[in-house]
Design a protein around this ligand. Structure first.
Ligand SMILES: Cc1cc2nc3c(=O)[nH]c(=O)nc-3n(C[C@H](O)[C@H](O)[C@H](O)COP(=O)(O)OP(=O)(O)OC[C@H]3O[C@@H](n4cnc5c(N)ncnc54)[C@H](O)[C@@H]3O)c2cc1C
Ligand SMILES: NC(=O)c1ccc[n+]([C@@H]2O[C@H](COP(=O)([O-])OP(=O)(O)OC[C@H]3O[C@@H](n4cnc5c(N)ncnc54)[C@H](O)[C@@H]3O)[C@@H](O)[C@H]2O)c1
Length: 476
């Protein structure tokens, strides 16, 4: 590419999005630099996916080994199961360090320049970096912004990082309180309720909206509540929000009705995890220098090719990916957007297909989905004039699930009645996060249940729950 610039590509933010974009760019021979102000690997590696999945893995084993009833049904008896809180926390920290090192080395090995400091757009094709040794300006043919997100803490909630904290501290597992309140029943609330209850804590989960897990398909949320919440030491409050939280011993939580805003109750608990969503880290990144305004929730406006928009028009040579554009706040979505941005820098005309990007909650058992919920599919059907149909199959009818004695689960397929095109697939059950990928490929290729029902699945496998759901769709 052109030598009139210091770099072909400069990326601001070395989270998973920035990392994915950098690897793809060097594959194409682009001279690339990545700027990181804090921890290499960003949220996912240091405070998100990686440590939380390490905690879920260890606590999941504790849950499994303490489930005498389940083990007995398989003919197994074991004695007391003990765990070491610090050793579990160390497992998470060690994994973070390993993956952070691997990610940094992969960039270095491929010749990506890593610049430590705060990056800001400083006009078209220019970036300013504040480093320990002062400021410098570098020029680039193209710039990708990937500054990520931080926890959202609603007004009235005071975080002291000890008794009241967000996932940033939660993943360190510094405390295992007897009674913890979790504010929010989204991904983080749900995954942490799984960790805390497996390790012996009692949980009160508070959700402002009128149902738990409001982001999930209704049928899945109902079954997940029956399996992940009801039989566990979890009390729930829905339609209630945390109006004020004061840290200390005890933590004092003032609850109010979300609709009427009337005070409802005061809770006194040992600790509180605030899991009320995330907001973009888009302050002070120099967007004003190229005339870009953030949207009303402070996300960077982009099109489906990841180009940054100003007043609806493409800003040349500027792209934004990952949590900072708010399109889909998931690690693999950030990397996928990075790949799309690089493809468009190379004028290959790529668009992202959000519908085929899967998501999963790594609870025990897991939740996963791809595409539309039934409600969203019905709305699309109304707008575009087609009927929506669904089919379901159950883990209790699956030989592998029965062999494992893990028969709680459902797979639900949502499709167009006329063409059979799969619009969404939702799974609750063992290994749901792995099973979802064949559905994701089906959605990506806009395949029909009429064809999918003839795919052959190995027997006995959990993926046969999808086989069964597709077959039921064509039988109905
Ligand atoms: C507890 C938790 C668990 C999660 N689990 C999962 C999961 O299992 N699966 C999943 O898909 N997603 C998960 N996520 C979401 C996932 O972590 C994010 O979607 C992902 O990290 C977004 O990547 P990103 O690259 O956009 O931003 P980030 O990972 O936030 O990285 C942005 C980076 O940019 C840096 N930066 C910001 N501004 C500047 C600047 N001006 N100059 C230089 N550097 C800058 C930051 O320091 C940061 O390192 C989880 C999140 C949390 C909090
Ligand atoms: N497995 C995964 O992929 C995974 C895991 C963890 C986090 N994440 C990502 O991290 C992001 C943040 O997760 P999250 O769980 O914090 O957000 P979320 O948006 O999934 O859920 C937040 C919940 O908090 C509720 N809420 C907000 N304010 C409240 C208040 N004052 N009182 C009571 N309830 C309130 C909301 O109604 C919502 O249900 C998500 O966007 C998700 O994509 C993904």
């Amino acid at each position: 590419m052109s030598s009139e610039f210091d770099y072909d590509l400069v990326i601001i933010g070395a989270g998973v999005g920035g990392h994915g974009a950098a690897l793809h760019a060097v594959n194409y021979g682009l001279k690339t630099a990545i700027i990181e102000a804090a921890d290499m690997g960003g949220t996912c590696v240091n405070r998100g996916c990686i440590p939380s999945k390490a905690l879920l893995a260890a606590s999941g084993k504790v849950r499994e080994l303490r489930n005498a009833h389940h083990l007995k049904s398989l003919g197994i008896q074991i004695g007391n199961v003990e765990f070491d809180q610090q050793a579990i926390a160390d497992h998470a920290t060690n994994l973070v360090n390993k993956i952070q090192g691997d990610l940094t080395n992969s960039l270095k090995r491929l010749g990506v320049d890593i610049i430590r400091g705060w990056g800001k757009v400083a006009g078209s094709q220019k970036v300013n970096v504040s480093t320990e040794n002062g400021d410098k300006t570098i020029t680039a043919q193209d710039i990708i912004l990937c500054p990520g997100s931080v926890p959202f803490v609603p007004p009235g909630i005071e975080i002291d990082c000890k008794t009241v904290f967000t996932s940033d501290q939660g993943v360190k597992l510094e405390t295992l309180p007897d009674w913890i309140a979790i504010i929010g029943s989204g991904y983080i609330g749900l995954e942490f309720s799984d960790i805390y209850t497996a390790l012996g804590c009692e949980v009160t989960m508070i959700e402002a909206l009128d149902k738990l897990m409001p982001g999930f398909d209704d049928d899945i949320a109902k079954l997940a509540e029956r399996v992940l919440i009801k039989p566990r030491p979890i009390e729930t409050r829905v339609g209630i929000y945390a109006k004020k939280i004061t840290p200390g011993y005890p933590v004092v939580i003032e609850l109010a009705d979300f609709q009427t805003k009337e005070d409802v109750e005061v809770l006194e608990v040992d600790a509180c995890l605030v899991a009320t969503g995330r907001i973009p880290a888009t302050k002070n990144i120099g967007l004003e220098s190229v005339g870009v305004e953030l949207d009303k929730r402070n996300f960077i406006p982009v099109n489906d090719g990841m180009a940054v928009l100003s007043g609806g028009e493409i800003v040349p040579h500027l792209y934004a990916i990952g949590d900072a554009n708010g399109k889909m706040m998931l690690a693999h979505a950030a990397s996928a957007q990075g790949i799309v941005a690089v493809e468009n820098i190379l004028e290959k005309g790529k668009k992202i297909d959000y519908r085929s990007i899967p998501a999963a909650a790594f609870t025990h058992p897991e939740v996963s989905y791809v595409g539309l919920t039934e409600t969203a599919a019905q709305e699309l059907g109304l707008a575009e004039g087609f009927e929506v149909a669904t089919s379901r199959s159950y883990f209790k009818g699956n030989s592998k699930a029965l062999a494992e004695n893990e028969a709680d689960g459902i797979a639900k397929v949502i499709y167009r009645q006329d063409t059979g095109e799969v619009l969404g697939v939702h799974i609750f059950g063992a290994h749901a996060s792995s099973i979802i990928h064949e559905a994701s490929a089906a959605v990506a290729n806009r395949q029909s249940v009429k064809d999918l029902a003839y795919l052959v699945h190995a027997h006995p496998t959990l993926s046969e729950v999808l086989d069964e759901a597709y077959k039921r769709a064509i039988a109905s």
